[in-house]
Design a binder for this molecule. Sequence first.
Ligand SMILES: Cc1ncc(C[n+]2csc(CCOP(=O)(O)OP(=O)(O)O)c2C)c(N)n1
Ligand SMILES: [Mg+2]
Length: 308
Amino acid sequence: MTEPAATLVRPPRAADDDLDLLLLIRHFELALLDLFGRGELNGTTHTCVGQEYIPVALRRLLGETDYVFSNHRGHGHYLARFDDPEGLLAEIMGREGAVCRGVGGSQHILRDRYVSTGVQGESLPVATGAALHLKRTAPGALACVYIGDGTWGEGAVYEALNLASLWRLPLLVVVEHNGIAQSTPTARQMAGTVRSRAQAFGVRHHGIETSDVNAIRHELAPLVAEVRFEGRPLVVEFVTHRLGPHSKGDDTRPPEVVEHARARDWYGLYAVAHPEQFARADEAQRARVAAIVQDVSARPPSRWDPCA
Ligand SMILES: Cc1ncc(C[n+]2csc(CCOP(=O)(O)OP(=O)(O)O)c2C)c(N)n1
Ligand SMILES: [Mg+2]
């Protein structure tokens, strides 16, 4: 699992609502890169282009009482939880209607049981605490936390895994292993594997290489049920591909590495496999995002009065 190595199989047909969500996230992220390119956004942002299928697959395995902890690359995680691209774009643009009144921006969102943070490694100990709380107060609920491969360089990850295993907590750790952390290829910074590190704490590990959302759900459903009802924490490691830059304009990878990732992109593979379903849905989501960009861009700035 050290090198992304997805296979180029013909993807099976996805349900319309899954495809719509995949494409919504894709066009949302592309729109952000375009807005940045035109100087319409401030700060930074990290897009999940290429990785959209992970939260889309997981959404059917998670319920409202579960907590979701996201990270710096979290727009897809948010959109798979809430059908709210308007609120998220307003948050990123600091406009009226923003989920967190524009003070959280791209990386720091709090809504119901969804929290994201841009601080690498911060969320896993917090998710572990939430899992302990759920075990005591809401049996059957779990805490799901998304982390990247590079975040396994943070010591807090191991403290959290230790306690989650020892206390048999309902913790689901989703690793989006895209082979790179900002500009450092994983092979240059990680000794051993995610699997062996999880297993060192007695935590079960499951690796996934496909981007087929139905197959992912099928594989994970029984394992997630054990997380919920048997207190068996689980690390699920997706071999995936980051198609865009780390944030914006900062892709340090050699062109052939990016080309390798592009050839495995679910978007292109799906377009070829199911052209009619794809073309209709793609156009609809592209148009939806364009309309949202137009609407949100025309809104006044969001206001936040900390004393109110
Ligand atoms: C504690 C901390 N150190 C450094 C950073 C800067 N930083 C943001 S994302 C990132 C790389 C993260 O890599 P990975 O966990 O693999 O996630 P990916 O970006 O590949 O999704 C770094 C170094 C940070 N946000 N927090
Ligand atoms: Mg990474």
